[in-house]
Design a protein around this ligand. Structure first.
Ligand code: IPD
Length: 278
């Protein structure tokens, strides 16, 4: 593989240009109700825009980096997620928060991460409706619309604003855990929010606007970019049971401090999704 294929700065610039183009497609279409088809179940949605944006991003990146690999949400819609290897791999959610996009609720984003040798080098999360662009390159800090950002540093659950999601399934066993955790968090933390986009939830922790985010059932494309952005903003990303984060495990907990992460983790009922079971 040519050295240029691992030039992270060049990768970042190419990805950012494509994300700007793709963002225009999404924001131009946000203001109306969209037709959709259901993927895994009746609340796991995909629109023509998800597919078009994913193709724009993948084709654009392939053109410049022909040897790179891709793990894309819509490419994986047949239930098969490509394995993460050491090759430079772009992990892409073309529209994270598809339910919001379908309704014109302006909290959706493009989420794109670049992983090389299984280490995340680039994270970009862009909500084009609200012009919120979050970026990070490993070791170079995190940025919101080009300004450096930091997590809040909050350690106390009682003062923490926490985000989570209902997820994209009505499976009773999963919903039972979700509701149990809602009840536990409502009693423990300062406030509880669901934005409807896993990636947006994570970057709110990076921005210091929220202090913690957890979810069971996410996919690598929902969290690859957010993970790096949170860590580059000084936060921590762990497994919700307290161990090391694995972006392929479908479980995530991001927080403004390790103390807060561990305290929230201790209070959560755990759920272990199957690899392709939402
Ligand atoms: C979903 C959203 C949702 C979260 C799910 C994600 P999608 O992504 O982020 O808020 O609860 O876990 O899969 O399907 O809108 O790209």
């Amino acid at each position: 593989m040519a050295e240029a294929d691992r030039d992270v700065q060049k990768c970042f610039e190419v990805a950012l240009e494509l994300v700007n183009q793709a963002g225009k497609i999404i924001s131009d279409r946000n203001d109306s109700r969209k037709s959709f088809v259901c993927k895994g179940g009746d609340i796991d949605l995909v629109t023509e825009t998800d597919k078009e944006v994913e193709q724009l991003l993948i084709n654009g990146l392939k053109n410049i980096f022909p040897s790179h690999q891709f793990i894309g949400e819509e490419e994986s819609a047949d239930g098969v997620t490509a394995k993460l290897t050491d090759a430079p791999t772009w992990i892409i959610d073309p529209v994270d928060g598809t339910m919001n996009f379908v309704h014109g609720f302006p909290h959706s984003c493009i989420s794109i991460g670049l992983v090389i040798d299984k280490v995340t080098e680039i994270g970009i999360v862009y909500n084009p409706m609200l012009k919120q662009k979050f970026t990070a390159i490993r070791g170079k800090g995190a940025f919101y619309n080009d300004k450096p950002i930091n997590v809040s540093g909050e350690k106390d659950p009682k003062k923490a604003l926490v985000t989570t999601e209902f997820g994209t399934t009505r499976d009773p066993a999963k919903l039972k855990v979700v509701m149990e955790n809602f009840a536990k968090m409502a009693a423990l933390v300062h406030g509880l929010r669901t934005l409807g986009s896993a990636a947006m939830n994570m970057v709110m922790v990076a921005l210091g606007a929220a202090d913690c985010n957890y979810e069971f059932g996410i996919h690598a494309w929902d969290v690859a970019a957010g993970d790096l952005i949170v860590r580059e903003a000084g936060g921590v990303v762990i497994d919700p049971a307290g161990g090391e984060f694995d972006m392929m495990s479908r479980r995530v907990l991001a927080a403004s401090s390790m103390e807060l992460a561990q305290e929230i983790s201790k209070n959560l009922t755990q759920f272990y999704p199957q690899p392709r079971d939402d």
